[in-house]
Design a protein around this ligand. Structure first.
Ligand code: NI
Length: 166
């Protein structure tokens, strides 16, 4: 099982805050990493996991919703987001125990390489769109708390830090 990097210390925050590097080659190591990430994500009962969360600053994330197949996104590009926005409660394996409503686009069009190294384009809406946007943010060094207004962000971070330091 891969260790999941959690927010709240200088060392881990540097990892979570870095902009991840493009992957040049979908080789055996990347395939093995994606498989291990899916396993670790399911173990942690998450529905998405990005490589920076397992201490790899590369552009890769995985998703698996209850009613969906496991998906691997390598070097993803968000091509379109809807103007329609929705609020929905989010959590993150890197901020365990913190859940709060985040406003995001209702649907998204994304292009990426899959674990077989094939380029694909996907149009998603609802929860899958949300997970894709959340995980893609990780590749930019952004966390879901950064999508809150400043006051809500401060409150969420304080509540989270208090909890992990107890
Ligand atoms: Ni996350």
């Amino acid at each position: 099982m891969l260790d999941i990097v959690t927010f709240g210390s200088e060392a881990t925050d540097a990892i979570l805050r870095a902009k991840a590097e493009p992957i040049k080659d979908v080789n055996a190591e990347i395939k093995a990493l994606a498989a291990a990430m899916l396993e670790s994500m399911e173990h942690g009962r998450g529905i998405g996991l990005a490589a920076p969360q397992v201490d790899r600053s590369i552009r890769l994330f995985v998703t698996r919703l209850d009613d969906d197949e496991p998906r691997v996104f390598i070097n993803p590009e968000i091509l379109l987001v809807s103007e329609e926005l929705t609020d929905y409660e989010e959590g993150c394996l890197s901020l365990p125990g913190l859940y709060t409503n985040v406003r995001r686009a209702e649907s998204v069009k994304v292009r990426a390489w899959n674990a077989r190294g094939k380029l694909f384009t996907l149009e998603a809406s609802g929860l899958l769109a949300r997970v894709i946007l959340h995980e893609n943010d990780h590749l930019e060094g952004l966390l879901f708390i950064d999508r809150l207004g400043e006051k809500r962000r401060q409150r969420a971070v304080q509540a989270y830090l208090k909890k992990i330091r107890m």
